[in-house]
Write a protein that binds this ligand. Structure first.
Ligand code: NAI
Length: 336
């Protein structure tokens, strides 16, 4: 496709707007021409600001012949509906994680896509595009320091309000680690466990924070991921890969170090939008390029399905305080 890709965004909330803004101001080859949001007044104001057409109904936008490809950035509960509508319309669709609110929904999407016979879906697991994780991937893949044996990871946020419930450290935050570490190690998980350390006084009544998720891969690599969502200092992502002949660490963001008031200070990001700027840019640029070339080469529906199955097992492990075996179907040839 030579002409500019005409993109429609369903869900003009926080991440929908940042995707729209970067596509229309920084990236090449595509343009958001239409938006839809259930909050009509707000959606219309976004459409006006960026010179897009506003559709009152998300499915009407998806089926419009003014739109070539779709981005779904609604709340989780509506991902399945809009991704399925996009597949039925035969259009490429980029869906923010999670692919569906429930694991059964991700399987229905996989089945629908396979029935259509063409890969159309990309899932927004953007850590795979982060330059730091790409460095780790190269070193692990080439076995530069031997076999990876253990990973120690952390996912810390400054703080959250009461809308962030006890399932969300796994389902909403560590889902990123679930995907990126599986991609990093190139293997699936065998078991999941979630343990509770001592609770911070900053967590609200119904949230157990921090939580530690322990995953074991099929070859026996042991992973611990700390989710500390009320860390009270910033947004901080850590990943240490312990190999047989060396320990490899995810690089810190390159923020300038300042010497002041008898201290050396290097700022830490405040939230995800600052920490993964480059990853989002590359992710969406590669999606536009792939769609224009008529293919899907990012995280697939199958990756969305595996992520959901793993997160669901980890949630079960958390609620039962047991170790849960992760069981899923064989990857179909369609996704290999
Ligand atoms: P948000 O709450 O700011 O925005 C969601 C928007 O969807 C709202 O404007 C809401 O009115 C709209 N909406 C809700 N139901 C709708 C429907 N049926 N039809 C059309 N619009 C509807 O949420 P945020 O933070 O933008 O998150 C959106 C999605 O992006 C979530 O699924 C979240 O998990 C994902 N996300 C991914 C991130 C990443 O790092 N990859 C980071 C932040 C969010």
């Amino acid at each position: 496709m030579d002409k500019e890709l005409r993109i429609g965004v369903v869900g003009t909330g926080a991440i929908g707007r940042t995707h729209l803004e970067r596509i229309n101001t920084q990236l090449q080859g595509g343009r958001v021409v239409a938006v839809s949001d259930v909050n009509k007044e707000f959606g219309k104001s976004v459409a006006e600001k960026y010179g897009c057409k506003f559709f009152e109904d998300g499915e009407e936008l998806i089926n419009s012949d003014e739109v070539d490809a779709i981005i779904v950035t609604t709340i989780d509960a509506y991902h399945e509906q809009y991704v399925s509508a996009s597949i039925k319309a035969g259009k490429y669709v980029f869906c923010e994680k999670p692919l569906a609110a429930e694991k059964e929904g991700t399987k229905r999407i996989v089945d629908l896509e396979m029935a259509g016979g063409k890969k159309l879906v990309t899932v927004g697991f953007m850590r795979r595009y982060d330059p730091g994780y790409k460095q780790l991937k190269k070193l692990v893949e080439e076995r530069t320091y031997g076999e990876p044996l253990m990973l120690h990871c952390a996912h810390r946020n400054y703080g959250v309000d009461e809308s962030y419930d006890n399932s969300m450290p796994v389902e909403n935050s560590m889902i990123h680690e679930i995907d990126v570490l599986r991609w990093l190690l190139d293997e699936d998980y065998a078991t999941a466990e979630v343990v509770y350390p001592k609770k911070t006084k900053y967590a609200h009544e119904k949230l157990q924070d921090p939580q530690i998720m322990i995953l074991t891969t099929k070859s026996g690599v042991r992973i611990d991921v700390e989710a500390f969502i009320n860390s009270h200092y910033g947004y901080d992502i850590k990943c240490e890969v312990c190999c047989e002949e060396g320990i490899v660490n995810l690089p810190e963001p390159a923020n300038a170090m300042v010497r002041t008031k008898a201290a050396r200070i290097t700022p830490i990001c405040e939230d995800w939008s600052q920490r993964f700027v480059e990853a989002y840019n590359v992710e969406l640029q590669e999606w536009i390029n792939a769609v224009k070339a008529g293919r899907v080469d990012g995280p697939s529906s199958w990756d969305g399905y595996v992520g959901a199955i793993t997160a669901s097992a980890a949630s079960k492990a958390r609620d039962s305080q047991t170790i849960v075996k992760i069981e899923m179907e064989e990857c179909p040839d369609f996704y290999k």
